[in-house]
Design a protein around this ligand. Structure first.
Ligand code: C5P
Length: 426
């Protein structure tokens, strides 16, 4: 029986304690070549990489190249007697700290979502109890197809993590959109974020974090409401990132169709007034992030029964009342104000000018501004390009996944809270 090599034995290690065993399942896509670079980078960082290739993957890169880079044999067959005698699929599934499927094709994702186990890769995915990270790569139309959307949502509900896909040009000429495998640095960061963070890597341990997310629904009558296109993805990622850094997180969410992140306390609300109530109930907090797209107005008196269309009448007129500004209310509290209050500014024009005004008028400490005009694809999309406005100035960050934006904002907030704490102690 082959013994797992000791962690880090495969390269000039710099950090033995953080070296991990990564099982990489390479799927059949043109982007499979990026896995060669990924393997090199992972080994440079001291990780041990074992690879399983699907049949289709072997059409794009050869097991020989992969074996040369991993310095290990490559596993390809579920029913290979030699493989099963040496190290069965159950052990492959268990002998890893994290399993990464990249590039994950629409077919691989569908088979995972369906719980199939008809080849070595899917059998391992079904047998594992380890974190699974999926990096999809496919044609944009396949990614946007309702079947793929359903499969991805199902896998997210099952606790599978995703990175990407990135938006851009595809290998097929003239095709562009979401579907590219993320670049190696992003993949590396996502893989390393899967490892259990040691206590010293949990800078928000002992902190209470409050996050608002998603849209609000303001009723017109029992069946109709005023809403907006917010998906809740950025807010949910912020809550997940804060939980990963050790915080005690309350996520106050408007109606969304995405899964709640693990390890956070979720309070589901519908209207802005309900959201304000839930936010107040969740205080005190050290950090409050208001990522929800709250409706500015509600219908003053929603009809108690469905408004009927009657031939000759003019269309009904809706009288609107301004909703409470939740961010402003909390930022301007005299007692019990969270130490760090972060607002969002979703704008479609003059993004920075509007965001600067909001920083002042709302009383927030930081404003995260983004351009949500439809051409950016940010609202409802997987990526975000933000400007961070603080009392010290404005930083513009390059486009990245909403998960990465969340990790960076929350890490930054954790550092800021630590600085304030140190200053208070001096
Ligand atoms: O909608 P607006 O651009 O003013 O939103 C800016 C910030 O204020 C966001 O953080 C949003 O969550 C928050 N907000 C709020 N309550 C409102 C309107 C906005 O908390 N009624």
């Amino acid at each position: 029986m082959i013994k797992s090599p000791p962690l880090g034995s495969s390269s000039g290690l710099t950090n033995l304690a953080s070296a991990k065993r990564i099982l990489l399942l390479i799927g059949g896509g043109i982007a499979a070549y990026k896995c060669l670079d990924l393997i090199r980078r992972l080994r440079e960082r001291g990780h041990h990489v074992r690879v399983v290739m699907t049949k289709a993957a072997q059409q794009f890169v050869t097991p020989l190249s992969v074996a040369a880079l991993t310095n290990e044999r490559v596993f390809t067959d579920l029913f290979d007697l030699d493989d099963e005698r040496e190290i069965g699929h159950i052990r492959l599934a268990r002998d890893a700290d994290v399993i990464v499927a990249a590039p994950a094709t629409a077919d691989l994702i569908a088979r995972m979502a369906g719980g199939h186990a008809d080849d070595l890769a899917t059998a391992i995915l079904l047998a594992t109890d380890k974190p699974v990270l999926v990096a999809p790569a496919m044609n944009p139309r396949m990614w946007l197809n309702p079947a793929t959307r359903r499969n991805v949502e199902q896998l997210k509900r099952d606790g599978v993590h995703f990175v990407g896909p990135a938006v851009g040009e595809m290998a097929e000429r003239g095709e562009a959109g979401p579907g590219r495998l993320v670049e190696v640095p992003e993949l590396l960061a996502a893989i390393e974020s899967q490892f259990a963070i040691p206590a010293e890597g949990k800078p928000l341990a002992g902190c209470r974090v409050l996050v608002t997310s998603g849209p609000t629904h303001e009723p017109i009558d029992p069946v109709r409401y005023i809403a907006n296109r917010s998906s809740g993805k950025q807010g949910h990622e912020l809550a997940a990132a804060a939980a990963r850094l050790g915080a005690d997180v309350t996520l106050v969410s408007g109606p969304v169709s995405i899964a709640a992140p693990q390890g956070v306390h979720v309070v589901r609300v519908s209207t802005a007034e309900e959201m304000l109530g839930a936010v107040k109930a969740a205080l005190p907090a050290d950090l409050a992030i208001f990522a929800a797209a709250v409706a500015d107005w509600r219908v003053s008196t929603p009809n108690t029964s469905k408004i009927k269309k009657s031939g000759s009448d003019a269309p009904p007129e809706l009288t609107l009342t301004e909703n409470p500004d939740i961010l402003k209310t909390i930022a301007q509290l005299r007692k019990g104000r969270p130490t760090l209050v972060v607002g969002f500014a979703a704008e479609t024009n003059d993004v920075l000018a509007h965001a600067k005004k909001k920083l002042k008028s709302k009383g927030a400490d930081w404003i995260v501004a983004n351009d949500v005009s439809s051409r950016t694809g940010i609202m409802g999309g997987e990526h975000n390009a933000i400007h961070l406005l603080t009392s010290e100035g404005t930083e513009s960050w390059p486009e990245m996944s909403k998960a990465e934006v969340a990790t960076k904002i929350v890490t930054r907030a954790a550092n800021h809270l630590a600085t304030l704490k140190r200053a208070a102690a001096e």
